[in-house]
Design a protein around this ligand. Structure first.
Ligand SMILES: [Ca+2]
Ligand SMILES: [Ca+2]
Ligand SMILES: [Ca+2]
Length: 129
């Protein structure tokens, strides 16, 4: 009986620990495809916008300290919404059509023009061509 109690107690302690480990999973490299919105995981992700110019992206970051690169392809209206954690959101792709929203956490927004930065960017880095 005592042994059984030990096993149960151990399980009670271990299960949440394992669950926590699973939640703090490694971030992923996410290449957005033609399914919108493109969403991140709860880990520290690196999220890349869809390949090709003139593709309007909608990217939702979720948790973790993420890096969003929507700066590779231009002439598109990219809308990025950050999650918790300090994210780095880059929409400096040469057009002034995008929106970078940081969400909670001290986010860095890299933009072509000030108006591309949403209200929740802790710091705004305006790139000049
Ligand atoms: Ca882009
Ligand atoms: Ca753009
Ligand atoms: Ca831009």
């Amino acid at each position: 009986m005592r042994k059984l109690m030990m096993v149960v107690a151990l399980a009670v302690v271990l299960v949440p620990l394992l669950a926590a480990a699973a939640l703090a999973a490694e971030g992923q490299l996410i290449q957005c495809r033609n399914v919108l919105p493109c969403t991140g995981s709860m880990g520290d992700d690196k999220i890349l916008e869809r390949i090709g110019d003139e593709k309007d992206d909608r990217i939702i970051v979720r948790g973790g300290r993420d890096l969003v690169l929507a700066n590779k392809y231009t002439a598109d209206t990219d809308v990025v919404s950050g999650g918790g954690g300090s994210d780095r959101i880059n929409v400096a792709d040469g057009d002034k059509l995008d929106t970078a929203n940081g969400g909670n956490g001290g986010d860095i927004c890299i933009v072509d023009a000030r108006r591309e930065a949403g209200t929740s960017c802790a710091s705004v880095d305006v790139q000049r061509p």
